[in-house]
Design a protein around this ligand. Structure first.
Ligand SMILES: C[S@@+](CC[C@H](N)C(=O)[O-])C[C@H]1O[C@@H](n2cnc3c(N)ncnc32)[C@H](O)[C@@H]1O
Length: 252
């Protein structure tokens, strides 16, 4: 059965062929075959990125261990898990956004792996927001340890706060989210963005990575935001690396 996005009519389920094609393009033949064999690589134990760059981004942290004080925010948080390098690189190549014209923001940036990957491109500003003080500190340390030290890594700004309290950089934005929390929190984040201090209408592109079982709730939340529209959906064989791309202009 084809499920479609309420506003754009875009399909948000993929046939098997589409999933295989995307998995090969995004994860490579080895990664796609591992998914087909139901033995997908595990991002929490993937030490390759850290071995290459002298950083600490692997591992996972459960919501109860993120140091969040408010019980409802803990319930709505998703555990820390780093994005695989290949998955982030695929998105940056495919999203169709000119980095020189916008700022990159990772909402729920964890230990900052995605920020480090984005820093290889000429974004105006690169910012992350992370609720866990421990993870935000690790992300900042990673920007100092990253090698080879790209000139842009020093430009990364990591804020330690709840995403609902974060003021986005001004101007056009590419927002990355790896299913950081319940869609109710995302709704508040985008409502704040629509009425932010930067009153001019600005282009906002969103790259949202998530698992198949959370896609309907995430798509429903986005379809309620009148100024964002689903422009692309990709689904991996295992359903672990699904991308929802949205695009639009803030009401201003
Ligand atoms: C799945 S991890 C993604 C990490 C990183 N974006 C990446 O792709 O490698 C989700 C992150 O969201 C953070 N998070 C959860 N609730 C949050 C909130 N209310 N505000 C900010 N960050 C939050 C978690 O601590 C965790 O680090």
């Amino acid at each position: 059965m084809t499920v479609t996005d309420a506003r754009s009519g875009q399909p948000i389920r993929k046939g098997r062929l589409g999933r295989v094609g995307y998995s090969i393009a995004c994860l490579g033949w080895r990664g796609a075959l591992a998914e087909l064999a139901k033995r997908p690589d595990s991002p929490e134990t993937d030490a390759e990125f850290d071995a290459m760059h002298g950083t600490n981004t692997a591992g996972s942290v459960e919501p109860a261990d993120l140091g969040i004080r408010d019980a409802d925010t803990v319930r709505k948080a998703i555990r820390y898990l780093p994005s695989p390098l290949r998955v982030t690189s695929w998105m940056l190549n495919e999203i169709g956004v000119d980095p020189a014209r916008c700022s990159f923001v990772d909402i729920g940036c964890g230990k900052g792996r995605v920020l480090l990957v984005a820093a290889e491109r000429p974004f105006r500003h690169i910012a992350g927001v992370e609720i866990s003080t421990e993870l935000a500190d690790i992300a900042r340390l990673n920007t100092q340890r990253y090698r080879p030290a790209s000139s842009r890594v020093g430009a990364i700004a990591v804020s330690n706060s709840d995403a609902r309290d974060f003021e986005m950089p001004s101007g056009d934005l590419l927002i990355h989210m790896y299913h950081p929390f319940d869609p109710a929190i995302s709704a508040a984040v985008f409502a704040r963005l629509a009425t932010s201090a930067d009153a001019r209408p600005r282009r906002v592109s969103v790259a949202y990575l998530t698992y198949t079982h959370s896609v309907p709730a995430v798509a429903e939340m986005f379809s309620a935001i009148g100024w964002l529209r689903l422009v692309r959906y990709e689904e991996s064989i295992s359903g672990r690396y699904n991308w929802l791309f949205y695009d639009g202009s803030t009401p201003g």
